[in-house]
Design a binder for this molecule. Structure first.
Ligand SMILES: Cc1ncc(COP(=O)(O)O)c(C=O)c1O
Length: 369
């Protein structure tokens, strides 16, 4: 822990290993065979995580996670399609905004931020509107850390013969998704989340048949995943300037992911981080916003102390001075703050950050929790 290199307890960018950062110390030519091999190896390893090689293509895309979500919707939802957007937080709302901006017809279904969408909800909504062609779902809604029941919802969508688009940005790599068991048109994630790479690229696992039928759907040149994939297939290269250092870092991060034991080990470490966090915060009297049953081991939301001496900005700065970066809350109704459980961190660091939080609350004379 140091102030110059704080530990990020945030949902991405997050704490990366020295080895991953070191991988960015080499410059790569984007036309060079070695770089093309790196990209190919990356896509192969990413597909293996979801057991998707037989059914899906991995299409990488420059930019932050939202770029990849927007590209997936723009490419895979035909212009005359209609999306049912399931919302229980800010990222669900962003999905709806993307549909609106892209001019795709959509309807929304919103539950409270501490209430998962259920398969029964989706069943009812699909029965009521035969015009819906696609359903868009956030797997782990990072604005609280709530987990939506993906397998059950996916099954209902398949029974109705509709298509599923999953924003798995903050869950991919840590929570299991098997593409042979969970049918989906697109699953979207990014480099700087549970794989512990650095931010700068997203990737979309696109169903092979759906992608093949998606020519001309996209409103955009740069965000057309059909073209991106076709060009990569033909040349082995990215269509436009690739984020070379981000690719190299993610490749190195994936080597470590596999050395650690892949998804089960990553999941187990994050679950242990989350448990240590909850235990220690509980000792300080800080209450989790979500019940344990619907809490994903990705990021946790805590109620802010009631004491008027508590101010998030001062609290944040003081915790930062002790070497830890926290995350503000994203709820409109209740005052909260968030602590990420993901990144190159262990339960020991989770206990240390809570010790720092306890010291800061004492320094601020925050008595009423
Ligand atoms: C669920 C979810 N969707 C999408 C995003 C993409 O956000 P950004 O474009 O800031 O990477 C995030 C980022 O944290 C996320 O958690």
């Amino acid at each position: 822990m140091s102030i110059a290199a704080p530990i990020l307890l945030t949902p991405g960018p997050l704490t990366t290993s020295a080895r991953t950062r070191q991988a960015m110390m080499v410059d790569w030519g984007s036309w060079d065979d070695r770089f093309n091999q790196l990209t190919a190896s990356l896509c192969e390893q990413l597909l293996a995580i979801i057991n998707g090689a037989a059914s899906h293509h991995c299409v990488p895309l420059q930019g932050s996670g939202t770029f990849a979500v927007e590209a997936a919707i723009g490419t895979l939802v035909p212009r005359d399609g209609k999306v049912l957007v399931l919302i229980n937080g800010a990222y669900g709302k962003r999905l709806a905004k993307i549909c609106e901006v892209l001019g795709r017809s959509f309807s929304t279904f919103e539950t409270a931020e501490d209430e998962p969408t259920t398969a029964a909800d989706v069943d009812r909504l699909l029965r009521a509107d035969a015009g819906i062609t696609h359903v868009a779902l956030i797997h782990c809604e990072t604005s609280t850390g709530i987990l939506n029941p993906l397998p059950e919802i996916a099954q209902v969508i398949q029974q109705h013969g509709k298509r599923l688009i999953i924003d798995a940005m903050s869950s991919f790599g840590a929570l299991p998704v098997d593409a042979q068991k969970i049918p989906f048109d697109a699953l979207i994630a990014a480099s700087g989340k549970c794989l512990e790479g650095v931010p700068g690229m997203g990737f979309v696992f696109a169903n092979k048949e759906s992608l093949a039928a998606a020519a001309g759907n996209s409103h955009s040149l740069a965000m057309d995943l059909f073209d991106q994939h076709a060009y990569m297939l033909k040349t082995g290269q990215w269509r436009f300037t690739p984020p070379t250092h981000v690719v190299a870092a993610l490749h190195e991060a994936l080597l470590q992911y596999n050395e650690e034991g892949g998804l089960p080990a990553r999941h187990a470490r994050y679950a242990a981080n989350c448990q240590a966090l909850m235990e220690e915060m509980g000792k300080l009297g800080l209450r989790s916003f979500l019940p344990a049953a619907i809490q994903a081991p990705i990021i946790a939301t805590f109620h802010a102390p009631k004491d008027p001496r508590y101010q998030f900005k001062e609290f944040y700065e003081r915790v930062k001075a002790k070497g830890y970066i926290l995350y503000p809350g994203k709820l409109t109704q209740v005052e909260t703050f968030r602590v990420g459980c993901i990144g190159h961190v262990q339960p020991a660091e989770m206990r240390e950050v809570v010790a720092a939080i306890g010291e800061v609350l004492r320094e601020m004379e925050v008595l009423e929790i």
